[in-house]
Design a binder for this molecule. Structure first.
Ligand SMILES: CSC[C@H]1O[C@H](OP(=O)(O)O)[C@H](O)[C@@H]1O
Ligand code: ADE
Length: 302
């Protein structure tokens, strides 16, 4: 599980409006237990060509979980446990830019985390680690998404800052203008702590933020409404699925050896608690997420 240089396995986290994907061979919904509790739903596993794929609907089928209620740790742990190496997060979002209208897909490269009611780390309680979030997304995966967008005929914008808010209410106009003033490009409620946890789990992670609305700053568009968002989501869903199918052949073919951006080695030099001080329960809970580094250390100590 998760050793360096093996075959790629794509994990797709489907956001609002994307509760399944199509074209999977040998597909099965599987239940995965994790030390952090249950993930949002069973995970749809299968193959796209030679590539193993695992799909998880972030809010559960039927959209039963609010952004705050999602067990982000269980979701990331479950994907890692299944052998996923690369996570493609698909998310609906509001836009802060006139030039990013509804229907645009944005491959974001930065986040500002304004969430406050979520478990944000696998570490602590007897085993502490600090990973870097300076570059929170995997550029290699971003490149693959950019390539696939051409074939999926998707209008894709590379780069942008995603503001993660707690929700579930949308922003006030003052907040919307504040985030625009900060230089944010899009806003959503789910990519944090998801991206942080993916980094801790040494997974390559990239987000496709699918613009559904202009948030509420825009004079001509008024307040955000779920009905409007759902309408745009349905229009986006086919393009989103085409994008996933387009990434599969290149990911399968290009994933040789270690990630050149170091996503798959994020925990090396990150664990600060020495082996003798670690809580055995914490070590056990981290079997999937940090098993690779913990096993390496154990081996080095003989
Ligand atoms: C249905 S609008 C608000 C909802 O949509 C986004 O979810 P996701 O990122 O899972 O696509 C947003 O973050 C909110 O959770
Ligand atoms: N304007 C918005 N704010 C937060 N989350 C969203 N998801 C879709 N549109 C959004």
């Amino acid at each position: 599980m998760g050793e360096l240089g093996g075959m790629a396995m794509l994990g797709v986290i489907g956001g609002s409006g994307l509760y399944s994907i199509d074209g999977l061979e040998d597909q099965a919904w599987v239940a995965v237990d994790t030390p952090w509790g249950p993930p949002s739903d069973e995970i749809l596993t299968g193959r796209l060509g030679d590539l193993e794929v695992a799909f998880l609907p972030r809010h559960g089928r039927g959209h039963r979980l609010s952004p705050t209620e999602i067990n982000y740790r269980a979701n990331i742990d479950a994907l890692k446990r299944l052998g996923v190496t690369d996570v493609l997060s698909m998310s609906a979002c509001g836009s802060f830019r006139e030039e990013l209208p509804p229907g645009t897909f944005v491959v974001v490269d930065q986040f500002i985390d304004r969430t406050f009611a979520r478990e944000k780390s696998f570490f602590g309680s007897g085993l502490v680690a600090h990973v870097s979030m300076a570059d929170p997304v995997c550029q290699r995966l971003g490149d693959l998404i950019e390539g696939a967008a051409i074939f999926a005929e998707v209008t894709l914008h590379r780069g942008g800052t995603y503001l993660a808010m707690e929700g579930p209410q949308f922003s006030s106009r003052a907040e919307s203008n504040l985030y625009r003033g900060w230089g944010c490009d899009v806003i959503g409620m789910t990519n944090m702590p998801e991206a942080k946890l993916a980094r801790e789990a040494e997974l390559c992670y990239a987000t496709v933020a699918m613009v559904t609305d202009f948030d509420c700053w825009h004079d001509e568009h008024g307040a955000v409404e779920v009905a409007t968002i759902v309408e745009v989501l349905h229009r986006n869903a086919q393009a989103a699925r085409a994008l996933v199918r387009g990434i599969a052949p290149t990911l399968g073919a290009s994933h040789h050896g270690a990630c050149r951006h170091g996503c798959d080695r994020a925990l090396e030099h990150a664990v600060i608690t020495p082996p003798q001080a670690r809580d055995p329960g914490a070590v056990a809970r981290l079997d999937a997420v940090a098993g690779r580094v913990l096993r390496l250390e154990a081996k080095a100590q003989g």
